[in-house]
Design a protein around this ligand. Structure first.
Ligand SMILES: [Fe+2]
Length: 364
C-alpha cells in the first residue's frame, strides 16, 4: 500500500509525515499513545494517493519511532462503506542530533531519481535531507511527484527529517496548484521557518523565474503578489526574532531557497530588484545565517560575499548544490549534489556525483 517509505518533513515546530499510496485507503500514524489521523474536519481522507499527518516534533523526537496505519477501502459509499483490515508498519525515527550533524542536499533533479540517490549514498550516512526545488521536471503529471518521495525514501527510509523547498519548475503544469497537497507547506504556504534542536532555518520561495506576463506562462502566474506577501512574512519573522532565529538555544541559522536571489542572471530572469533587494537586506542585516543553501543554477559551487569574481551583493556565503546532466533526464541521467558537515569547528561541504566521485570539498 505504501509506495515508498514515508517522508518526515520539518515545518515550523511540527513534522508532516507524508506518504504516497498505491490504492485508495485511510491513513493514520501512532506515536506513543497518541494517534494522528489524516482527516478533513473529522472525515478520514481516501480520495487521493497522498496522505499526511501533522504532529508536534517533540512527540516524535521523544518516541523515536512511529507506526503508519493503513485501512484499505473496498468501497466508499454514502452509507455502509466497506473497508479492510488495518495494515501497520513501524518506522524508527532519529531527530536531528544536538551536536554535529550531516546533511545531504538535492536540487534540480528534474525527474532524475537514481542519480540523486547514488550521489547521496556517496556522501554516506546523514541526519537530515534537504530537497531544494526542481526535484520534478514540472508538475504536469501527478507521477512526477514520485520523484520527491522516491529520493526521500531511499536517502532517509522515513527515519530522519527532511527540509523541502519549492523550485520554479514545480510551479509549471496543471498539478502545480496541487503542491500544497503533495508537498509540505505551512497551511498552504510554501515558505516557512523550522526549528530542530539548535538548528533554525527559513525556507523561502521565489516562485517563477520570469515576470508574470511572460508568454511562457499563458496568463497563469501571480508570483509578484506572492513575493510581496512573502516579504511581509520575512518582516514578521524578523519582528518576532526572539521566538525564531534569536531564540534560546539556536546555534545555527540556515536560509534554504531554490533560487538564490542575489546571483546575477540574464536580463530575462533579472526580476524583482526591489523585492529581492529587501530580502537581501533582511537576510544580511537581521537573520545573518551561517549559509544560504541554494540550487537552480545547475552548478556546484561555494560563493562568498565580496568575491570579486562573482557580481552581486550577497547576504552571506551561498552554496549551490545541485547539478544535473545537461539535457533531458531521460538522456542525461548524471547528477551531482552536496553533502554538509555541520560541526563545532564550522561547516564543510562535499560535492559528490552519481558515479561515486567526490568532486570537491570546501570549508565555509
Ligand atoms: Fe530552477
Amino acid at each position: 500500500m505504501l509506495k515508498y517509505a514515508p517522508a518526515v518533513f520539518a515545518v515550523e515546530k511540527n513534522y508532516q509525515i507524508m506518504a504516497l499510496v498505491t490504492a485508495e485507503c485511510l491513513f493514520w500514524v501512532k506515536v506513543g499513545d497518541k494517534t494522528y489521523y489524516d482527516h478533513s474536519n473529522g472525515v478520514l481522507r481516501s480520495a487521493e494517493n497522498i496522505h499526511r499527518v501533522t504532529l508536534p516534533m517533540s512527540e516524535l523526537d521523544g518516541a523515536g519511532e512511529y507506526t503508519v496505519c493503513i485501512r484499505p477501502i473496498i468501497e466508499r459509499k454514502s452509507y455502509w462503506s466497506q473497508t479492510s483490515d488495518v495494515i501497520e508498519k513501524r518506522f524508527a525515527f532519529r531527530p536531528l542530533p544536538e551536536g554535529d550533524f550531516r546533511a545531504y542536499h538535492v536540487s534540480d533533479a528534474h525527474n532524475r531519481i537514481d542519480g540523486p540517490i547514488a550521489a547521496g549514498k556517496v556522501f554516506g550516512d546523514i541526519d537530515l535531507l534537504i530537497l531544494n526545488g526542481d526535484i520534478v521536471e514540472n508538475s504536469g503529471n501527478l507521477e512526477h511527484f514520485d520523484t520527491i518521495y522516491a529520493i526521500a525514501s531511499a536517502l532517509t527510509g522515513g527515519s530522519i527529517p527532511i527540509v523541502f523547498s519549492r523550485g520554479n519548475h514545480d510551479t509549471r503544469g496543471i498539478y502545480a496548484e496541487a503542491l500544497e497537497r503533495y508537498c509540505p507547506t505551512a497551511n498552504g504556504r510554501s515558505y516557512y521557518t523550522f526549528r530542530m534542536g539548535s538548528l533554525w532555518g527559513i525556507v523561502l520561495d521565489c516562485g517563477e523565474d520570469k515576470t508574470d506576463d511572460h508568454e511562457e506562462y499563458g496568463n497563469t502566474m501571480a508570483c509578484h503578489g506572492f513575493r510581496q506577501e512573502e516579504t511581509e512574512f520575512i518582516r514578521s519573522v524578523v519582528a518576532r526574532a526572539s521566538e525564531e532565529y534569536a531564540a534560546e538555544g539556536v546555534e545555527r541559522r540556515l536560509v534554504v531557497i531554490h533560487r538564490p536571489f542575489t546571483l546575477p542572471c540574464k536580463p530575462l530572469y533579472d526580476i524583482e530588484k526591489d523585492t529581492y533587494g529587501e530580502w537581501r537586506r533582511l537576510v544580511a542585516e537581521e537573520i545573518r545565517p551561517d549559509v544560504l543553501i541554494g540550487g537552480h543554477f545547475h552548478r556546484i559551487e561555494v560563493i562568498r560575499p565580496g568575491d570579486p569574481s562573482i557580481n552581486g551583493d550577497h547576504p552571506c556565503t551561498i552554496v549551490l548544490g545541485g547539478k544535473p546532466g545537461s539535457g533531458p533526464y531521460t538522456e542525461a541521467p548524471w547528477f551531482a549534489g552536496c553533502g554538509y558537515d555541520f560541526t563545532s569547528e564550522g561547516i564543510s561541504v562535499t560535492f559528490t556525483d552519481c558515479e561515486g566521485k567526490v568532486l570537491g570539498t570546501e570549508k565555509i
